[in-house]
Design a binder for this molecule. Structure first.
Ligand SMILES: Nc1ncnc2c1ncn2[C@@H]1O[C@H](COP(=O)(O)OP(=O)(O)OP(=O)(O)O)[C@@H](O)[C@H]1O
Length: 249
């Protein structure tokens, strides 16, 4: 079966900093895939290249077989993306933004109106639908970003830190939406630092360390008999140096 997302040898270097070092990852269709790694490990850079937001130095990425760089129109129809630090049209209201992006996606006015209303309501942004995006809180920005990723009913969702700054009630709602999306045949890749969340939601996991894949596979294959957190610390070799230094504090 064609993979939902197939990343082959993606690489990116900034100056002499190797951000992503020939990463290979396969996200099977119907999987809920968690990408974990320390700050600066290369998750955002990998995901940005995988969805066509950042041109790689080397490697390819394809979404349901459509090459993201050779066949971008086809690939981008199939994917909904929540990028890290998404630049939003600040002077539009939430509804205007969804309408604008929905029409750009080629949806009819009626379909956009119906879906925008439902998304705003389900994500509990209906009270803020007339508020300009510039006035949104960080968590609200995440939620409107998620709404734009879902609007065209993609087959794959690529979400960079979707739960960052989101309150627990909204997080529960979003988890429900994502679980339903996968139950309905969709595929998801999300990045997160929260191991418990990845363990709770994902059936596959990839561990990125210093731009390379340290482990990848089903959740059970990667964590073995340990918790994901213990396995992660073991894999990335993070020394618990918290008590070293700061003697002045
Ligand atoms: N635009 C850029 N210019 C220069 N260096 C960059 C740029 N973007 C990322 N980097 C560097 O690339 C490396 C990987 O960064 P990246 O943002 O992909 O990591 P990450 O795993 O998403 O981190 P975090 O969990 O903190 O979001 C880091 O060393 C970072 O400093």
């Amino acid at each position: 079966m064609t993979a939902a997302l197939d990343i082959k040898g993606l690489a990116k270097t900034y100056g002499d900093n190797v951000a992503v070092d020939h990463v290979h990852l396969t996200v099977p269709q119907g999987s809920f895939y968690g990408l974990v790694g320390q700050n600066g490990a290369g998750k955002t850079t990998t995901l940005s290249m995988a969805v066509g937001l950042l041109r790689p130095d080397a490697g390819t990425a394809s979404i349901f077989g459509a090459d993201v760089w050779a066949d971008p129109a086809k690939a981008k129809q199939l994917v909904g993306v929540l990028p890290d630090g998404m630049a939003l049209p600040e002077r539009l209201t939430g509804r205007e933004m969804l309408t604008y992006l929905g029409l750009l996606r080629g949806l009819s006015k009626d379909v956009v109106a119906e879906r925008a209303g439902e998304l705003l309501s389900v994500l509990e942004l209906d009270g803020a639908e007339k508020t300009l995006v510039i006035e949104y809180s960080t968590g609200m920005r995440k939620k409107i970003g998620l709404a734009t990723a879902l609007l065209h009913a993609p087959r794959l969702l690529v979400l960079d830190e979707p739960f960052e700054a989101v309150d627990p009630v909204s997080a529960a709602t979003i988890k429900g939406i994502l679980r339903e999306f996968v139950a309905g045949g969709g595929s998801i890749v999300l990045s997160s630092h929260v191991m418990a969340l990845v363990e709770q939601l994902c059936d596959h996991v990839g561990v990125i360390d210093k731009g390379r894949v340290a482990a990848a596979g089903t959740l059970d294959e990667v964590r073995g008999a340990a918790t994901l957190e213990d396995r992660f610390v073991e894999l990335v070799g993070a020394a618990t140096t918290a008590t070293k230094g700061l003697s002045w504090l």
